[in-house]
Design a protein around this ligand. Sequence first.
Ligand SMILES: [Zn+2]
Ligand SMILES: [Zn+2]
Ligand SMILES: [Zn+2]
Length: 537
Amino acid sequence: MFPSRGGLREVPCPGLISENKCTVLNCLFLHEIRRDRKRKLEHPQETERIKASQSSNASHPKSLGSRETKLSKVEKIAPSAQTTYNTKSSLARTGSTSSARTGSASSARTGSASSARPESGVSVAANTSGSSGPSGPSGSSHKSVPTGPTGPSGPGMDATKLAPTPVLPYGPATLQQRMSYLKVIQKALVAANYGLPNATAIQAEYDVASNSTKVTYPVNIRKLVAEIKTGKYLLDDSDEKEAAKKRLIRERLEKVVLDPKMLKKWSYIVDPVVPGTFDPHRIENCVRCGQEFSVADTKEVECRYHALKPVFKYDYVESKKIKTYGCCSEPAEQSQGCTLAHHHVFKLNGAADLASVIPFSPTPASNGPKWLFAAGLDCEMGFTSFGVELIRVTVVDWDTRDTVLDTLVHPYGKVIDLNSRFSGVHSLSDGIKDPKDGTIRPAVTFNEAREMLFQYVSANTILIGHGLENDLNALRIIHHRVVDTALMYPKFNPVFRLSLKTLAFRYLSRVIQDGEHDSSEDAIAAMDVVLKNIDTN
Ligand SMILES: [Zn+2]
Ligand SMILES: [Zn+2]
Ligand SMILES: [Zn+2]
């Protein structure tokens, strides 16, 4: 069967094959070979399949094969003989200084079915004097590429002949059909004042055609035309650069994820936990005043304590360093605390004890509907009749720094002290005001909170936080992908730890926790400390 007139454009030029040159004016045969480098790398098997179907479909299978071989030889022998014409640089929108988006991005946005596609830049072997290898194509002066980088610009100044670029082994429509769509695209580009409307239309139509099926092709063309009409086609490519940067940062973040075996060493709970039994009459030492008390004892007592630990400060009167409490500046020898509470409080530490109140749950193996690659996590805890319990959980997306989850949580035990000075939580019944729409979100149950968390966080999510074992224990989750700023910075040292406040000031010149803690602020600060370290190292 002899191919139709339009079909000739899919058949390699016989002159080019036999004599390495073609002298026919307006020759109807194919003169360009698209080099599917990207596709070869990503889908070697698919390339083989395409080659096979090319051989069976093309009129000169052997010739095509040998031409391809020659071309790749030239690439190896004399890469300088190759001139790459990338249409990207020439497809700028009129009046815009930004470079045009590549075809791959635009075709992705038009909802194409396949992600594998040839490079948008069309490469042609150019005959530069003397530099071409002996087997190089000596006379391939034909260039089917729309325009070179120095081509004309501005609407109506496009000398490129409007014709669809063949898609191998076969396109989603006949060349006649594609030509009619091409005209529609070109018309839309002219109307929307795009530069190089013909070249742009050819490239855009090719991107859609090479990524569409017979069924999706007209749909994707319509989407493309709609994008052109609304000015969304070929926007600034800064979001592409941003995506590349995002990928790089993700790779670096992966590298600082702590080894689960080592996490275990630093008191993270990483293995399944067999719950102990919670003894309601257990005797504990108050974590504030140190006094021994029975957990069952609910009558009011005097618990005097200092809210902050003692720190060394220089006393100018005494001309020496003295240890004073951070909360009240009283000397460390002072026996009486500056703060009075009416109940002693305690904290469960062992895994079995923690599990005796609420069992541990591993983060889900599969990713939920709103899954995050990485997230900052910060929990606030209060004192209850079951020790230290979760009262607020906040999750911030690593990629966007958006707070995706922030909710108050009703603990299981009876609330003794919300630890407002640190937690920033003054009441559980008031709920949290949504910063975006101002609505009040009431506190949820512990199980509801954990289910909400699992929509965003799976076992694959990298969780970032400061002293994250406390947060994970409060949530009773077992999680293995952790970046802990308390362990890692300024250098890896699990024993001597700096506060997040200190790290934020040192690395970010940011003052946090000036008053009460803000969960989102803390989660973001931890992520930013990590980012600062992986971005500069
Ligand atoms: Zn020819
Ligand atoms: Zn004090
Ligand atoms: Zn006490």
